[in-house]
Write a protein that binds this ligand. Structure first.
Ligand code: NZQ
Ligand code: ZN
Length: 380
């Protein structure tokens, strides 16, 4: 195991009716700004619950943090927060609202343009933020990452900000999610685990088994949720699985990949394709192209997650990669670029961007421009 420091300060407040705790969780005397997306919370009653819970407190509202939040929107939120001397942020929504709010939190304490913070990759200071999660996928409710888009240049880049002070997860808030968002959320959760698991074997039994516990859970609950997305217990497991998949817990002391995510971000930046939907395609290319390097883990993944234990090693790996692709298809997602009308022009641009930025992703740091091209070609 490699050396590591684990420190996750986010307080998780989980379960039915827990939004009512908001007022006791936000310290008294704070000048609060609440941030929202496009309005789903007005339709599903979450907004009313928040307003009710904060009776007697004052706050400003910022609406309109869009999916794949943009720095252009964040600049407007920073201006509003400055105007009101805001010193506490509450993000109410999915990963996009939370990520955008992480940059607002840093932008409030930074004199220049928030995009500088994204380019630097790290925020030095932030005002505290908390979240009420309504869409499970990103783990942003319990990590310090955020991914921000810049519309004018069609870029999408990640930076590290701060962990939320607390996050409220009420599974009932997810009952109103469109089925496609749930499919993308399950795919994102699954691939977050693979980015931290599908590397080199024998680094940590413990990390492997935590990761496999999440993978098996997602595999088991996916059909239950597709049959009935108001199944409280299944939605609870989905919510917690997504949080645990990316809250630093399953990557202690082990190597990580993240090539699939980097390529996926380029596809979102260039085509607007939803994050989870990009991963459901790219991961198959990653596994095909890097099957030699990931051989030991592919065999373990095949046996422990898909029950594939018969045949030669090459046959088992073939069946494992096929089972993985079939799982994403069972969610109702595309697994090929051609299904989304993405072709050579995009592949060339992704290769160019990898080269221009000197990217080297993957546990062996060998996913450069040429390898990104091979991966995309393998999921045409
Ligand atoms: O904007 P509103 O009206 O709220 O609608 C949203 C949005 O249209 C809707 N929605 C959310 N909760 C709902 C709901 N609709 C009905 N009922 C509810 N309860 O869902 C749509 C998508 O929301 P979004 O926040 O974009 O989804 P998600 O949580 O998947 O976030 C995606 C963003 O997070 C980034 C992605 O790249 C993408 O930009 N990621 C962030 C990570 C992190 N911070 O660690 C890691 C991830 O790998 C990912 O990259
Ligand atoms: Zn993701």
């Amino acid at each position: 195991m490699n050396n590591f420091i684990y420190h996750n300060p986010t307080e998780l407040v989980f379960g039915k009716g827990q939004i009512a705790r908001l007022s006791e969780l936000i310290p008294a005397g704070k000048r609060i700004m609440i941030t929202f997306g496009g309005g789903s919370v007005r339709r599903n009653g979450v907004y009313d619950q928040v307003v009710h819970a904060l009776e007697g407190r004052e706050w400003v509202e910022f609406w309109g943090i869009e999916p794949n939040p943009s720095v252009e929107t964040v600049r407007e939120a920073v201006a509003l927060g400055r105007e009101h001397g805001v010193d506490f942020l509450l993000a109410v929504g999915g990963g996009s609202v939370i990520d955008g709010t992480k940059l607002v939190a840093a932008g409030l304490l930074y004199d220049g343009d928030p995009w500088d913070i994204v380019l630097r990759g790290k925020a030095d200071r932030s005002v505290p933020l908390a979240t009420v999660l309504t869409m499970s996928a990103t783990g942003s409710e319990m990590n310090n990452g955020a991914v921000i888009s810049r519309r004018e240049t069609r870029e999408k880049l990640a930076f590290y900000g701060q962990y939320p002070v607390f996050s409220i997860l009420d599974p009932e808030t997810t009952f109103s999610l469109p089925a496609r968002q749930i499919a993308c959320g399950l795919a994102d959760t699954f691939v977050h685990v693979l980015e931290q698991y599908m590397t080199t074997p024998n680094q940590s039994r413990l990390m492997d088994r935590w990761a496999e516990g999440i993978l098996l859970t997602v595999k088991e609950i996916a059909p239950l949720i597709r049959a009935d997305q108001r199944n409280y217990d299944a939605m609870s497991e989905y919510m917690l699985a997504a949080t645990l998949a990316l809250n630093d817990m399953i990557r202690m002391g082990v190597t990580q990949d993240w090539a699939t995510h980097r390529i996926g971000h380029e596809l979102t930046a260039l085509h607007g394709l939803t994050h989870g939907a990009t991963l459901a395609i790219v991961i198959n290319g990653t596994l095909r192209v890097l099957r030699k390097q990931k051989r030991g883990k592919l065999l373990q993944f095949g046996e422990r997650i898909w029950g594939i234990a018969e045949g030669s090693e090459e046959e088992r790996i073939d069946h494992t990669i096929a089972a993985n692709e079939a799982f994403f298809r069972s969610l109702g997602l595309s697994t090929r670029l051609s299904e989304e009308g993405i072709g050579e022009e995009t592949i060339a641009e992704v290769e160019r961007r990898f080269n221009a930025n000197g990217y080297a992703f993957g546990e062996a740091q060998n996913v450069d421009g040429a390898m990104a091209r091979r991966i995309l070609e393998a999921c045409r």
